[in-house]
Design a protein around this ligand. Structure first.
Ligand SMILES: Nc1ncnc2c1ncn2[C@@H]1O[C@H](COP(=O)(O)OP(=O)(O)O)[C@@H](O)[C@H]1O
Ligand SMILES: [Mg+2]
Length: 467
C-alpha cells in the first residue's frame, strides 16, 4: 500500500514538482499540499496522511510547528527538508524523532523513508522503535487501535493556545547548581501571591527533575502523591483499555501501544489527585518521585499525556523546574513553554553552555523572544559585565539579561523551606525575583496593587547592581 504524503510548504512549486516525480512511485503518493499553518492542521485531520514533509512556511517556526503537529498526531512520520546551510539542525530534529533530508528534495530519498516507515514505527515523542508494519497501515479496519487513530483529538492550533491567558513557564539552565530550583520555587510562590481580576492566580509548580528532584524539599512538602502516582494511574488505565479490547497487555506490540496511548483521555480536573499544596500561599506542586528507580519507568508518552492534560487544566500559571540535561522531559518542557527562563551564573562554564544551548535552539528556529535570560548570583564586582555576556550571546538589542544578586540569605531560606519572596522586609534578591516575575507575567497594574508597588521598588535594585 502506498504511503500518503502531506506536503507543508508555502511554495506551490514544491508540491507540483513532487506530484510529477512521484507519479509512478509504488511507495509514496502525495495526498495534498498545505501552504499555511491553518490549512496544514485541517489537512492533517481530513486527508489522513502517513508522512508529513515540512518544507518552508514563512509564518511559522518549523521546529515548534512540527512539535505541535506531533503532539496532536503522534502516529505520523515527519520529515524536515532543510537547506544545506540549515543541516546543522539535523541532530536536534533527530533527537525529536524527526527525519531530516537536504534540499533540493530528491523523490528517491522520500521513497526510501516511506519504505523505512513501513517497517519502523515512530513513537509519540522521540525515538524510533523497531517493530512490524505499523498497525494503521497493515491491519484492517477492525484492528483495535485503528478507530482510535480515526477518533482525532480536537486540535489546538499553536497560535490559538498562545493567545490564551494560561501561562506555561519553564525554568531551564544547562548546568547544575546555578539556581534553577531556587528560582522556580521563588517564582512559583511569587505568582501564587498575585491576583488577576481580583482573584488569586491558580499556580502549579512541576518538578521535572524526574530522578533527583528537590523542589518539594525546598518548600518542606511531602513527596506523595507525586508524578509517579500519576504515571501508575496512566499505566493502569492503559492496561484496562487493552484488556477491554480483549488483549493481554504483555502481548501488545510497541506500535499498538502508542495507539492506546492516543486513546487515553485524562480530565484536566484529575490533576488535583496528584498535587500537594503549599498551604502558606495555596501553590500546588506536582513533585518528582521519592525513589530514583521510579524515574526509570517514566516514559515519553507519560510526559506527553501529562503535559497535554496540564495544558487544558484550570491553572493560570504552570511553572516547570527542569534538570540541566537534554532528555525528553527537558526538551518537551522547553517546547511546551510560553516563556523560558534560561538561568546561568556569571562563570565561564555556565556562560559557555548557555551559548551552546542558544545555538542549538536558534538552529531549530526556536522563537528566541520566548527566552528570558537570567544571570543568578551576580556579585557587586564581576569579571564579566552583563553587556559583555549579552554581546557574547549575540542577543537581540531588545533582549535584556535579568540579574539576580548573590545573597547570603538564600542558603538559609532553602534550608528552612521559607521562600525569599515571603520574607518580610526588602532585599535585593527578593526585589530582583519579583521584577523577573512581573516581566514573565505582566499583570494589569491598575488591578494589582502588589505589582504597582513593585514598579516603584525596581530602581533600588538597579542602584544596588550598578553601584
Ligand atoms: N541568588 C543566590 N544567592 C546565593 N546563593 C544562591 C543563589 N541562588 C542559588 N544559590 C545557591 O545555589 C545552590 C544551588 O541552587 P539550585 O537552585 O539547587 O540549583 P539548580 O537547580 O540549578 O541545580 C542553592 O542551594 C543555593 O545555596
Ligand atoms: Mg535543580
Amino acid at each position: 500500500m502506498r504511503k500518503r504524503l502531506l506536503i507543508v510548504d508555502d511554495d506551490p512549486a514544491v508540491g507540483s514538482a513532487l506530484g510529477k516525480q512521484l507519479a509512478g512511485s509504488q511507495w509514496l503518493e502525495p495526498c495534498g499540499q498545505a501552504e499555511n499553518v491553518e490549512t496544514a492542521w485541517r489537512m492533517l485531520r481530513d486527508v489522513r496522511p502517513d508522512l508529513v514533509l515540512l518544507g518552508g512556511i514563512r509564518e511559522a517556526e518549523r521546529g515548534v510547528l512540527c512539535q505541535q503537529f506531533r503532539l496532536a498526531f503522534p502516529h505520523l512520520a515527519y520529515i524536515a527538508a532543510c537547506e544545506p546551510r540549515e543541516l546543522a539542525w539535523e541532530p536536534f530534529f533527530r533527537n525529536l524523532g524527526i527525519w531530516v533530508i537536504a534540499k533540493p528534495i530528491q523523490p528517491g530519498q522520500l521513497e526510501a523513508l516511506a519504505m523505512q516507515h513501513a517497517s519502523l514505527q515512530v513513537l509519540p515523542m522521540g525515538g524510533v522503535q523497531a517493530g512490524g508494519a505499523p498497525a494503521f497501515a497493515a491491519e484492517s479496519g477492525s484492528a483495535p487501535g485503528l478507530h482510535v487513530v480515526a477518533e482525532a483529538k480536537p486540535v489546538q492550533p499553536y497560535r490559538e493556545s498562545r493567545s490564551s491567558s494560561k501561562h506555561l513557564i519553564t525554568v531551564y539552565g544547562p548546568k547544575g547548581g546555578v539556581g534553577k530550583t531556587f528560582l522556580s520555587r521563588e517564582l512559583a510562590v511569587y505568582f501564587s501571591l498575585q491576583k488577576r481580576d481580583g482573584r488569586p492566580l491558580r499556580v502549579l509548580a512541576v518538578d521535572f527533575n524526574l530522578d533527583l528532584g528537590t523542589f518539594a524539599t525546598s518548600l518542606n512538602l511531602p513527596r506523595s502523591p507525586n508524578l509517579f502516582t500519576w504515571v501508575q494511574d496512566i499505566d493502569a488505565r492503559l492496561q484496562e483499555l487493552v484488556r477491554r479490547h480483549g488483549k493481554d497487555p504483555l502481548d501488545v506490540r510497541p506500535e499498538e501501544w502508542q495507539e492506546y496511548v492516543a486513546a487515553v483521555k485524562m480530565q484536566p480536573e484529575e490533576v488535583d489527585k496528584y498535587v500537594v499544596t503549599y498551604e502558606e500561599t495555596g501553590l500546588h506542586v506536582l513533585t518528582s518521585p521519592r525513589d530514583i528507580r521510579y524515574s526509570f519507568e517514566i516514559r515519553d508518552y507519560h510526559l506527553y499525556l501529562m503535559l497535554e492534560t496540564l495544558k487544558h487544566s484550570a491553572y493560570d500559571v504552570i511553572l516547570i523546574d527542569t534538570a540541566p540535561d537534554t532528555t525528553d522531559a527537558t526538551i518537551q518542557a522547553l517546547f511546551f513553554a510560553d516563556r523560558v527562563v534560561m538561568v546561568g551564573n556569571p562563570i565561564v562554564d555556565s556562560i559557555e553552555n548557555i551559548q551552546r544551548m542558544l545555538k542549538l535552539l536558534r538552529e531549530a528556529e526556536y522563537p528566541e523572544e520566548r527566552i528570558q535570560l537570567c544571570m543568578n548570583r551576580m556579585q557587586k564586582r564581576e569579571m564579566f559585565t552583563l553587556d559583555e555576556i549579552r554581546a557574547y550571546f549575540h542577543l537581540h538589542p531588545s533582549q535584556k539579561i535579568h540579574p539576580i544578586p548573590d545573597d547570603a540569605e538564600v542558603k538559609k531560606s532553602i534550608n528552612t523551606g521559607t521562600p525569599m519572596v515571603l520574607h518580610p522586609g526588602r532585599s535585593a534578591a527578593k526585589e530582583a525575583i519579583e521584577a523577573l516575575g512581573s516581566i514573565l507575567l505582566p499583570l494589569d497594574s491598575a488591578k494589582n496593587d502588589s505589582v504597582k508597588g513593585k514598579a516603584k521598588e525596581r530602581p533600588a535594585l538597579l542602584k544596588w547592581l550598578w553601584r
